[in-house]
Write a protein that binds this ligand. Structure first.
Ligand SMILES: [Zn+2]
Length: 81
């Protein structure tokens, strides 16, 4: 799995909705990629906050996009490949 793929399935992982066969590759990548592991932590905290505030199970799509676009640019992670 690479950073781009992690980015696509990040919310599924944090939401515990990830397909079984994706979990290991996802974990393998986030263990070695500081950028993605930070992103997972950030997203987890964010979703927790959203649930506490809004009582929603997951973040509205518009909010997800805003959060994702406010994260550090992916270029920062390219050296980890
Ligand atoms: Zn990565």
């Amino acid at each position: 799995m690479n950073c781009e793929r992690v980015n696509e399935v990040l919310f599924l992982f944090v939401d515990n909705e990830m397909e079984e066969e994706l979990i290991d590759p996802f974990r393998d990548h986030t263990e070695v990629c500081p950028y993605c592991s930070r992103r997972v932590n950030y997203t987890r905290r964010f979703l927790l906050l959203v649930r506490q505030c809004c009582g929603r199970r997951s973040a509205p799509e518009g909010l997800r996009l805003r959060i994702l676009s406010s994260m550090p640019h992916r270029k920062a992670a390219e050296r980890y490949h």
